[in-house]
Design a protein around this ligand. Structure first.
Ligand SMILES: Cc1cc2nc3c(=O)[nH]c(=O)nc-3n(C[C@H](O)[C@H](O)[C@H](O)COP(=O)(O)O)c2cc1C
Length: 371
């Protein structure tokens, strides 16, 4: 079969899209993917190859979750963006992505209570909205967190602000605030976790206050045209469910509209946690309709689902995690409707600088070249 014949009619996923000032040539976005290969929290030279492999002209890449401060980590060797050394280490990575003609956002992150004292300065307790630890143990042994005092919260907001400034200094085109998956921002937003009685707890408005203060600070620092956020109102990672996720999601997108941020990136209700996918009666359509900026969707998408989402106007861009991890040339494979490499779960989170990281083959490197 002549593969070129299959791209005569461009599929919806591969049509151009203007996201604010960024001219994207297709809708296939690299998801933020923690890879645990930033030794000592410093991005490494092997990330230059990893990200540039996944960059394409007019593509959008979102970097892996990147710590905003020395209290932000909960896993080994995740990158940060709070020190000069980290900022300098990101620069060649960002340059390589730009050299390929892609746009690159940095996901800025604080794990909150999903941590243990071994990752914390001076072995202190992780910080959170609460002093309740999660009882399940998905990944690491969690240490009971310390509930942030009300007067400490501005310091954490400021850490996000500085991290955003540093990300821009490193050359990123913008930042995605990590407001998903049970991490610090969600520990405030979700009523299964937040048990505060101050102005950051109780009502929906109060629970969303911290996340929105972070958004406001980051917007004021780098400009709304460079700010996105990731939300997962329907997810229940590490006991971070909410009793009314649709209401929470709608409250957030309506509040985000006031800040005019560039994009909102929402995880599909079918993704409950890293290991659990469900049939869900919920949909992101009400959030998509309510949000004024660019709407990104993620979670369990394959080629056809992505095409449908764009064609049915359920999203502007579709974010791919595991498929992009395993297929550095995913947009091209989608264009050609070519076979995909299978991802290898066992090498998602290992330290090796090559294995399961930069050694997934490109289409023309395979024996069974589609032609
Ligand atoms: C190895 C791995 C690392 C991930 N790291 C992050 C992360 O750093 N930040 C984040 O928001 N989501 C993270 N996720 C979730 C993905 O961004 C994505 O939402 C999820 O994989 C579902 O999309 P998919 O079905 O296309 O893989 C990670 C997922 C995987 C498999």
């Amino acid at each position: 079969m002549d593969a070129a014949a299959t791209i005569v009619d461009p599929i919806a996923l591969l049509t151009p899209y203007k996201m604010g000032k960024f001219n994207l040539s297709h809708r296939v976005v690299l998801a933020p993917l923690t890879r645990i290969r930033s030794y000592g929290n410093v991005p490494q030279p092997h990330a230059v190859l990893y990200y540039s492999q996944r960059a394409s002209k007019g593509g959008l890449l979102i970097a892996e979750a990147t710590g905003v401060s020395d209290t932000a980590q909960g896993y080994p060797d995740t990158p940060g963006v709070w020190t000069k050394e980290q900022v300098e280490a990101w620069k060649p990575i960002v340059d390589a992505v730009h050299a390929k003609g892609a746009t690159f956002f940095c996901q800025i992150w604080h794990v909150g209570r999903l941590s243990n004292s071994g990752y914390q300065p001076n072995g202190q307790a992780p910080i959170s909205s609460t002093d309740k630890p999660p009882t399940s143990n998905d990944f690491e042994n969690f240490t009971s967190p310390r509930r942030l005092r009300t007067d400490e919260i501005p310091n954490i907001v400021n850490d996000f602000r500085l991290a955003a400034r540093n990300a821009i200094e490193a050359g990123f085109d913008g930042v995605e605030i990590h407001g998903a998956h049970g991490y610090l921002l969600e520990q405030f937003m979700k009523d299964q976790v937040n048990d505060r009685t101050d102005e950051y707890g109780g009502s929906l408005e109060n629970r969303c206050r911290f996340a929105l203060e972070v958004v406001e600070a980051v917007v004021n620092e780098i400009g709304a045209d460079k700010v996105g956020i990731r939300l997962s109102p329907f997810a229940e990672h590490s006991e971070s469910g909410d009793s009314n996720p649709t209401e929470l999601g709608l409250y957030m997108v309506n509040a985000l509209n006031k800040y005019n941020i560039l994009y909102c990136h929402v995880v599909e209700p079918r993704i409950k946690s890293s290991n659990v996918t469900v049939e869900s009666p919920h949909s992101l359509v009400p959030l998509r309709k309510a949000f004024n900026g660019t709407f990104l969707v993620a979670g369990g998408y394959d080629r056809q689902d992505g095409i449908n989402a764009i064609a049915e106007n359920k999203a502007d861009l579709v974010v791919y995690g595991r498929l992009f991890l395993a297929n550095p040339d995913l947009p091209k494979r989608f264009a050609l409707n070519a076979p995909l490499n299978k991802y290898k779960r066992e090498s998602f989170y290992i330290s090796d600088p090559v294995l399961g990281y930069t050694d997934y083959p490109f289409l023309n490197e395979e024996n069974n070249v589609v032609a």
